[in-house]
Design a protein around this ligand. Structure first.
Ligand code: FE
Length: 203
């Protein structure tokens, strides 16, 4: 079994233990999407959201036109593997299907690819509002703690630009725009880390 398959198997097992009826990490079928939507409206907490996801600055490194993909892992890429998944919800707890999520981040050394699209990619949520991203834990760079940038857009709605953070990182407290409302829920797995976050949009 290739290393990547072993890692995914371990991550899926970890998520199955913790998701309390939430979505699996595999691509959903219509039947599993329907059951997940009815069993757990919010993948991260199992409860409906009480506030919108805060917006944050775009920063200097956004680049339009990222490729459509759910894995940002490329051959030779170093860093701690990270499987991130969750949902896009409305404040009324309805899953948002077909929402666009456009992720971009630094590599493990804290550098962005500003000439190409390394560690940049967009995807659409499925019929139960779910997304799934394979990537690495980003490195810190001057003035910033570990973070992943994302733009979330429900169909026909305005774009939510924000950033996601990692719990337990010492630099969080020195980062002037760090917001604890944007902390991922993170678990260690055999091959890296598994994280979840539900976005709540006004759409
Ligand atoms: Fe950044």
């Amino acid at each position: 079994m290739p290393d990547r398959a072993i890692w995914l198997t371990a991550v899926v097992a970890a998520l199955a233990l913790s998701a309390c009826g939430g979505p699996s990490a595999t691509a959903p079928t219509p039947s599993t999407a329907a059951s997940a939507a009815s069993a757990s409206p919010a993948a991260t907490t199992g409860a409906c959201p009480t506030q919108l996801t805060p917006s944050q600055t775009e920063g200097p490194y956004f680049k339009a036109g990222s490729p459509a993909r759910t894995s940002l892992i490329e051959s030779g890429m170093t860093g701690t593997r990270l499987l991130l998944r969750g949902r896009v919800l409305t404040l009324a707890c309805a899953p948002v299907a077909g929402a666009t999520l456009d992720f971009w981040q630094a590599d493990a050394g804290g550098a962005y690819d500003n000439s190409g699209y390394r560690l940049r990619g967009h995807q659409l949520t499925d019929s139960a509002g779910r997304y799934f991203l394979e990537t690495i834990v980003p490195g810190e760079y001057p003035g910033r703690t570990e973070h992943i940038h994302v733009k979330v857009q429900a169909p026909g709605k305005t774009v939510l630009t924000t950033q996601l953070y990692f719990p337990g990182v010492a630099r969080n407290q020195q980062d002037s725009i760090f917001d604890a409302h944007l902390l991922l829920t993170v678990q260690d797995t055999a091959g890296g880390k598994a994280a979840s976050f539900d976005f709540v949009t006004s759409g």
